[in-house]
Structures are given as C-alpha cells and as structure tokens.
Design a protein around this ligand. Structure first.
Ligand SMILES: [Zn+2]
Ligand SMILES: [Zn+2]
Length: 166
C-alpha cells in the first residue's frame, strides 16, 4: 500500500469528521465510505460509476443520498466538480491534488489529465487587476486521437477542417 495515499485518506476523513461535527450533521457510515472510495480513486468519476463501485462494495446507497453527500463534500472542499459538457459532470479529489489541466474529446467525451509546470507557473504568476484569485480550472476541448482516426476513416476529417477554418 502507498503510504502517502493512506495518510491522505486519513487526513480527509478527519476533515470530514470536523465538518460534520461543526455543522451537527449525522456521521453516517455511508458518508465516510463514499469519501474513502473517492480518495482511493486516482482520476475522475461521475455519479454513475461511483454508484456502481459502491454497490460492488456492498453499500446500498440511493442516488439521492449519493447526490446529497457529493454536495456535502463539495461544501467542505474535499471534492471538485467539473462540468465538461452540457450533460457531462465529473468529480475528482480536491485535497492534495496537484495542478493539472484537462483535455476533453467532444466526440467520445474522454477526459484526460495533463501536467505542465511552465503553464502552472505562468497561471500562478498572472496578476489580475483588483482581483484576488483563489483557484482555477483549465479545460481544452478537441478530438482525441482514436476519434480522429475514426473520423479520418470515415473521411469526415476533411469536413471538420473545413468547418474549423471558416
Ligand atoms: Zn474521442
Ligand atoms: Zn482532473
């Protein structure tokens, strides 16, 4: 087992614990189970896949409860929500998660993470007049190489280029 990962799982559990105590919210096993599952994941997930994994772990949690818990985790900044497309909501760990930007394929909706230290420094050193930034997100939309290949196969790539240049 990865030690640092274990440590982070313990830390986020304590953050949630404090938050629930401070707000006099109930400390249900489900809430901790959902948090723990999220922090054992390395990447993005949506409600569907999370629900599936909880079921696999024998947690029978309703979607309503799951949505409610995600809302709670958003409130205490343990989770980030991304809206990559109209009907494309993703969540990911917020605590101790390093800067990365996302590329989103507009055809198959594949989301990938990328790091770039130059870009990170540039964003963090950017001064914004009369504004104190707290956080930021960067999404780059486009077509992944698999979809690009498929498009090419269907000889639709030419059309796409035509559209882009107009
Ligand atoms: Zn794609
Ligand atoms: Zn991410």
């Amino acid at each position: 087992m990865d030690n640092t990962k274990e440590q982070i799982r313990e830390e986020v559990k304590n953050i949630l614990d404090d938050y629930l105590t401070a707000h006099k919210y109930r400390k249900t096993t489900e809430r901790y189970a959902i948090l723990d599952l999220i922090y054992s994941e390395s990447s993005h997930f949506n409600i569907d896949t999370l629900h599936e994994k909880l079921t696999q772990r024998n947690f029978r949690i309703s979607r309503a409860t799951l949505y409610h818990t995600m809302q709670l985790l958003l409130e205490c900044n343990l989770v980030l929500k991304h809206q990559f497309g109209k009907n494309l909501s993703f969540y990911e760990r917020a605590y101790n998660n390093d800067f990365h930007f996302h590329s989103i394929c507009t055809i198959c909706n594949k989301v990938s993470e990328h790091t770039n230290s130059k870009l990170k420094a540039q964003i963090q050193n950017t001064q914004i007049k009369q504004f104190v930034p707290s956080n930021y997100n960067l999404y780059i939309f486009g077509v992944c190489n698999i979809c690009a290949r498929n498009l090419k196969k269907q000889q639709k790539l030419a059309k796409l280029k035509l559209k882009q240049s107009s």
